[in-house]
Design a protein around this ligand. Structure first.
Ligand SMILES: Nc1ncnc2c1ncn2[C@@H]1O[C@H](COP(=O)(O)OP(=O)(O)O)[C@@H](O)[C@H]1O
Ligand SMILES: [Mg+2]
Length: 281
């Protein structure tokens, strides 16, 4: 089982879109995928249609019990794709966590529950773009951190500062004393202007210098309307845009490249949407 946490210190960069679409693609590739919505604003929980109208339980129970039980898991309408929904609209969980000495590890340990370990090949955790105990717990639960970064000078700078602060804070030897997974930055929402490309290459150079703590993936996710359209239709973007004319690669191509780069053993494996029998509610 491999665990990814999609993180960034900033909101609106594409974390939820990336988590949902990567999860759905991996599910269509045949992996059993569990999404976890660790944002108090439940965007990931609403992204795909769920198989039940009202989930029995969600993230609150996972964190408070320190365990993932079957009732914390809600199937989506897509095959192989389940979710632990965010059910903390008042934002009580971060406060609750703050008072726990094991706050950094609570989610990490919960993911060792039998309901997860035997049942899923991949866990993908979406987070809120801010600093807090829930984000820390999500970061510390991951094998690999994935961080979308927009190629604009200000966001790139902010990304660098925010990420360095996060890594310094959570690194081994720090107060929480954890093993932190490697961070993979994804250049995200790149547009076709020369400026964006210059900044993107600047970001790569910059990060090479950062002691190897962050690597920048080869895959670049372009700015494209397919991502928004797919979100509106509540379908995975690789199904929504399989082919595309012109220089910008299709969403399906981009998402496959991203999946292969993150999980190299999947290289050459394609989504099989035609075989995917959707579950009925
Ligand atoms: N590749 C993309 N191209 C264009 N728009 C995108 C892309 N990915 C996401 N978006 C849009 O950007 C907005 C913010 O994305 P979201 O995933 O909610 O960010 P975050 O979770 O980091 O706050 C959404 O309206 C989404 O539809
Ligand atoms: Mg989000």
């Amino acid at each position: 089982m491999i665990k990814f946490t999609v993180t960034s210190t900033k909101g609106g960069v594409g974390k939820t879109t990336l988590t949902a679409n990567l999860g759905a693609l991996l599910a269509d590739m045949g992996l059993r995928v569990l999404l976890i919505d660790a944002d108090v604003q439940p965007s990931l929980s609403k992204y795909f249609p769920l198989a039940t109208a009202k989930p029995l339980a969600g993230l609150t129970e996972v964190i408070v019990r320190g365990e993932v039980t079957n009732q914390c898991i809600t199937p989506t309408l897509y095959r192989n794709l389940d979710i632990v929904v965010s059910d903390d609209p008042e934002g009580n969980l971060p406060h609750w966590l703050l008072n726990r000495i094991d706050r950094g590890f609570r989610l990490r340990f919960a993911l060792q529950s039998a309901a997860v370990v035997g049942a899923y090949d991949c866990v993908l955790i979406d987070t809120q773009g801010a600093i807090g105990p829930l984000q820390d717990a999500a970061v510390l639960a991951a094998d690999i951190l994935v961080s979308p970064i927009t190629p604009e000078i200000l966001s790139a700078r902010e990304f660098k500062d925010g990420t360095m602060e996060l890594l310094d804070r959570l690194e081994p030897g720090s107060a929480l004393g954890a093993t932190l997974g490697p961070m993979k930055a994804v250049i995200y929402r790149q547009d076709r202007t020369a400026d964006a490309r210059t900044i993107a290459s600047g970001i790569r150079d910059d990060f090479i210098k950062l002691k190897g703590r962050v690597s920048v993936l080869e895959t670049v996710v372009p700015h494209a309307k397919a991502y928004k359209e797919a979100a509106t239709l509540r379908i995975p973007v690789h199904r929504h845009e399989r082919k595309r004319e012109g220089v910008t690669p299709s969403a399906s191509t981009v998402m496959h490249q991203l999946a292969w780069e993150l999980i190299p053993s999947l290289l050459g494996v394609y989504a099989e949407p035609f075989q995917a029998q959707e579950k009925t509610a």
